[in-house]
Design a protein around this ligand. Structure first.
Ligand code: C2E
Ligand code: CA
Ligand code: CA
Length: 544
């Protein structure tokens, strides 16, 4: 027999002994007692003694005791078995709970708890040396979940986790801390630059399209970086401040990462408070529509109004949309906010002459919601506004990422009679492809071109846009007309509508109602001669 086989037999015997150790230890004393009994003829002596003292019924007593002893023995073994099974299940449950605490079940990366533990360990090792924590937040993950379902979303998270792991250098740790947030620890970085290089690597890895059932998901990541000596603050604080920096990173989508700086702390607390106020403010009706007239440049008549959101903050006063729309978008409140506003705007528009249109801005993020057309139509229906009076303004943006979905949504709105305008044309990312594929009804030329029309280059661009739109049969609106000198050449170039402080600043619903029932403005052509009437500003209406 080979040594290997002998070794195997030994190992199996040892395993069997380990498995039945308790039973063996129980049986062994009996075996020893039986052996000793047979050596000293204990049974024979007992039999003789019992025979001689028949009256004591010792043999029956012995049989009864033996039976009871055997039954007890069997019971004992059974109990031990059950106990061992229970112990085994408890150990397995403990190990599983431990796994759950240590690992994220979906991606297999370290969990938040394990990650904090790893940060603490890295801090201990680093002492006053450096340590970097990177918080990686996926942009636009929610629309992917909405479009491809949770399975699609899970697949994206798993793919991102794999890419993170592949991008990390030796010694670094990656974990998932919640939904679409990941974090990486880079111990002993050569300096902040090492963390920046790693952030760039992670972003490149994440940006590669992910194949899903039903399409390709393209995703990007915003990364907050906190590099600090190991002994400077707690693990929670490190992670927290990397999270703050991540919000700042979202403002620089081209670079996509940002370091934590002390002043960020204050800014972020402020932002977090605004987010809380905003949730409450939507329910308290603090968000109100203001309206700016859109004027027919040839006749000076008011063709309609654009709804511009304002927040009547109880402590901070009137806040403009640039300060709260991005927060609403990031915090997932944009839909709720938009429909609260649309409702109020429609109720205001009901009091205008029926030919006047209501232009309403839609965030590009909302173009990922397949139910948007139904919701919009429901609001129109409940407020009694004909779909043909509504113009949805869509800002050109790289968030047109999911072009097919945006196209389906805009088509449904158009089929219901709603018009679609392309906002801020010339500033962003809308291409001729967008103009053709999304079949806009109108184009609004951004005010950055209008304000400086006399600059040769701007003039040339605006002329080119007019030519293009005329070719495509699209009416144009010029935004940001502040002076009569700007309005006249625009009208001469064939621009259809104009909007700007020359006519009126955005006013509240009362102000808009008065303007709507006024006789409008002088035609743009006569405006240069100084004939334009000053913007209407009635007592009691607020201007913003
Ligand atoms: P926008 O859609 O391009 O709106 C025009 C902006 O230009 C408004 O700023 C308006 O007050 C301003 N404006 C109008 N005429 C003039 C002018 O003659 N000169 C100058 N300098 N500015 C003029 P506002 O109200 O601060 O809105 C900023 C942006 O916020 C809007 O740009 C729009 O993109 C967004 N926004 C406003 N309301 C909403 C909303 O309800 N939902 C969404 N998603 N976005 C909104
Ligand atoms: Ca607009
Ligand atoms: Ca605009």
């Amino acid at each position: 027999m080979s040594e290997e086989r002998i070794g195997n037999i030994r190992r199996r015997l040892a395993e069997e002994f380990e498995r039945h150790r308790d039973e063996i230890l129980l049986v062994a004393p009996f075996m020893v007692a039986a052996a000793l009994g047979s050596v000293f003829d204990v049974f024979e002596r007992f039999a003789n003694f019992a025979e001689q003292h028949e009256k004591l019924e010792l043999d029956e007593l012995f049989t009864a005791m033996l039976g009871a002893g055997l039954a007890y023995f069997v019971l004992l073994i059974r109990q031990r078995r059950l106990l061992r099974q229970a112990l085994h299940s408890r150990n397995a449950a403990e190990a599983r709970a431990d796994d759950l605490i240590q690992y994220d079940t979906l991606t297999g990366l370290a969990s938040r708890t394990a990650l904090l533990e790893a940060i603490r360990r890295a801090q201990d090792e680093a002492n006053d040396g450096l340590l970097s924590v990177l918080l990686v937040d996926l942009d636009r993950f929610k629309p992917i979940n909405d479009s491809y379902g949770h399975q699609g979303g899970d697949h994206v998270l798993q793919a991102v986790a794999q890419r993170l792991l592949a991008a990390l250098p030796d010694g670094a740790t990656a974990g998932r801390i919640s939904g679409d947030e990941f974090a990486c620890i880079l111990p002993h970085p050569a300096g902040p630059e090492a963390a920046e290089a790693m952030a760039a690597r992670i972003r490149t890895a994440v940006a590669k399209p992910i194949q899903l059932r039903g399409g390709m998901a393209e995703i990007s990541a915003s990364i907050g970086i906190r590099t600090a000596p190991g002994d400077s603050c707690s693990a929670e604080q490190l992670l927290h401040s990397a999270g703050f920096a991540r919000y700042r990173a979202k403002r620089f989508p081209e670079r996509g990462w940002c370091h934590f700086e002390a002043e960020l702390d204050h800014e972020m607390r402020d932002r977090a408070q605004l987010e809380i106020d905003m949730r409450a403010g939507i329910h308290r009706g603090e968000f109100v529509p203001y309206f700016q007239p859109i004027v027919d440049l040839q006749t000076g008549a008011i063709a309609g109004f654009e709804c511009l959101a304002r927040w009547q903050h109880p402590r901070r006063g009137l806040i403009g949309p640039n300060d709260f729309i991005p927060i609403a978008e990031e915090a997932g409140m944009i839909q709720e906010l938009a429909f609260a506003l649309l409702d109020r705007a429609c109720r205001a528009a009901r009091r205008w002459p029926p030919h006047m249109t209501l232009s309403f801005n839609i965030s590009p993020l909302q173009l990922n919601d397949r139910w948007l057309p139904q919701r919009v139509l429901r609001h129109l229906c409940s407020t009694g506004i004909a779909p043909a009076r509504l113009i949805i303004e869509v800002t050109e943006s790289r968030l047109f990422g999911d072009l097919p979905t945006a196209k389906t949504i805009l088509e449904s709105l158009k089929n219901a009679g709603v018009q679609i305008a392309l906002d801020d044309f010339g500033t962003g990312y809308a291409s001729l492809k967008h103009l053709r594929e999304l079949r806009f009804d109108r184009v609004k030329i951004d005010r950055s071109f209008i304000g400086n029309l006399d600059e040769a280059e701007n003039g040339e661009i605006v002329r080119a846009i007019f030519r293009l739109c005329r070719g495509l049969g699209l009416p144009t609106t010029a935004e940001g007309i502040e002076t009569a000198e700007t309005a006249a050449p625009l009208a001469a170039l064939g621009c259809d509508y104009g909007q700007g402080y020359l006519y009126s600043r955005p006013v509240d619903a009362e102000g808009a109602l008065q303007l709507a029932h006024s006789s409008g403005f002088a035609p743009a052509a006569s405006a240069v001669a100084g004939e334009i009437r000053p913007p209407l500003r009635e007592a009691g209406s607020a201007v913003a």
